[in-house]
Ligand binder design. Structure first.
Ligand code: FAD
Length: 401
């Protein structure tokens, strides 16, 4: 018996192997990761860890001893370079490792600036891996000038940390506004005001022509409008692409990531996928979610299905972001929204998304109650009356009645 092999020792891979053991799977179980450290949480990388408020040990999802105690073979610092789905082997350097069932939890790769645009210069960093953050840490010295390329959640979180640490921050976004892909203009306006008040210089509709350097190190950025700004270092947060190279080379079907069915099975019956790398069917499309909640829930669902449960994955997505003293919590998916209802009360605000009269999602800003109740309404497939939502005197709990 060759057992189960999981490739990618991140949030999804760690959740999958732990769940398999919790469900009583006693066969051989191997988790392989190309980073040299045990599985860790990524969210603090652009928040408390970058701020210096969380020690490295607290990033790890479980102590390394957990894996040995559970009879999980953890192979770190090793990249899987090929899969032969016919003979059910994968390649680890010169070694061929057999599997009965394989799960791919290879995550996503940050989009990088092309070399021609200066992406290869020293002082230009991605924000994805622990090693990226450790490499950029010495750059965070008060008074230094950082350029952040990309106004998504990761760029905004990094901007908040840089301001809190006393750096001068310019953030450029090529789209007409920050958070264009993920949130309504109302949420973008709120975040822009917050960052503006904290001293971040945000430039929207502002592309990067190229980074300039001297002796191989970045020292300026030439913007698309012809302006040039001096910088000491650059953080690139322009999104990720699912890590599908292995799956593609193995001939698995790709569609917005590794395409899986509702159970998490790929186009090969012995290969499964979960987390940032995997897409699953929802409302007639293959969708992919990039969140901790999805990595855990989908991996756990796949673990059950590898053992024969036959449970379709039907998540209620949720996400959070921390910036300064703001906790933004999001429940649901706002895709296709045509109306945003604002609820404002003292110190708390939430934006409620509707499409053709149906409630889709909520962005809650320092409003855990709106998040929790919005999530419960979505779980119940309920649509609250927009007029009541907008009325700060209305107790949201009554909407559940
Ligand atoms: P990953 O965590 O990326 O793990 C995949 C692993 O597989 C990696 O270690 C990779 O190196 C390895 N791998 C890939 N190919 C191979 C190979 N061939 N051989 C061996 N190993 C391989 N989500 C939230 O919900 N809230 C947040 O606030 C939030 N903040 C974030 C902040 C940052 C800075 C980042 C980067 C992400 C954040 N996310 C957040 C997203 C969340 O962390 C991811 O969605 C989650 O980590 C996905 O888990 P995963 O296991 O699918 O992928």
């Amino acid at each position: 018996m060759s057992g189960i092999v999981v490739v990618g020792a991140g949030q999804a891979g760690a959740s999958l192997v732990a769940k398999l053991r919790a469900l009583g799977y006693t066969g051989p179980l191997t988790l392989i990761g190309d980073e040299g450290v045990p599985p860790y949480q990524r969210p603090p990388l652009s928040k408390k860890y970058l701020l210096g408020e969380l020690p490295k040990e607290r990033l790890f999802l479980r102590p390394e001893s957990f894996y040995a105690e559970q009879g999980i073979t953890l192979r770190l610092g090793e990249a899987v370079t090929g899969i032969d789905t016919g003979s059910r082997h994968l390649m680890l350097g010169a070694e061929a490792l057999a599997y009965d069932q394989l799960a791919l939890t290879t995550g996503a790769e940050p989009r990088r600036l092309p070399k021609a645009v200066g992406g290869g210069l020293e002082g230009v960093y991605s924000v994805r891996r622990l090693a990226d953050i450790d490499a950029m840490a010495p750059e965070f010295v008060p008074g230094r000038r950082v350029l952040i390329v990309g106004g998504g959640y990761i760029g905004l979180e990094a901007a908040a940390v840089a301001r809190l640490r006393g750096l001068e921050v310019t953030l450029i976004e090529a789209a007409p506004r920050i958070l264009q892909r993920v949130a309504a203009p109302e949420t973008a306006d709120y975040m822009r005001d917050l960052h503006g008040a904290k001293g971040v210089h945000i430039l929207e509709s502002c592309g990067l022509k190229r980074l300039l350097g001297s002796n191989g190190r970045v020292n300026a950025a030439l913007l698309a409008d012809g302006d040039q700004i001096e910088v000491d270092f650059v953080l690139v947060g322009i999104g990720v692409t699912p890590a599908t190279a292995l799956a593609e080379a193995a001939g698995l079907r790709l569609e917005n990531g590794i395409a899986t069915d509702a159970l998490g099975r790929s186009s090969d019956p012995h290969v499964w996928a979960a987390g940032d790398c995997a897409s699953f069917p929802r409302a007639g499309a293959q969708i992919r979610l990039e969140s901790v909640q999805n990595a855990i829930d989908q991996a756990e669902c796949v673990a059950e299905n590898m053992l024969g449960a036959g449970r379709p994955y039907a998540p209620l997505p949720w996400f959070w972001s921390d910036q300064y003293d703001l906790k933004l919590q999001i429940a649901g998916l706002n895709t296709g929204y045509d109306r945003v209802v604002i609820r404002q009360s003292v110190g708390a605000r939430s934006h409620w998304y509707y499409a053709r009269g149906r409630f889709l999602a909520v962005d809650a800003m320092n409003d855990p109650r709106a998040f929790m109740l919005g999530k419960r309404l979505l779980e119940g497939g309920r649509t609250p009356d927009p007029a009541l939502v907008a009325d700060p005197a209305c107790d949201l709990k009554t909407l559940l009645a």
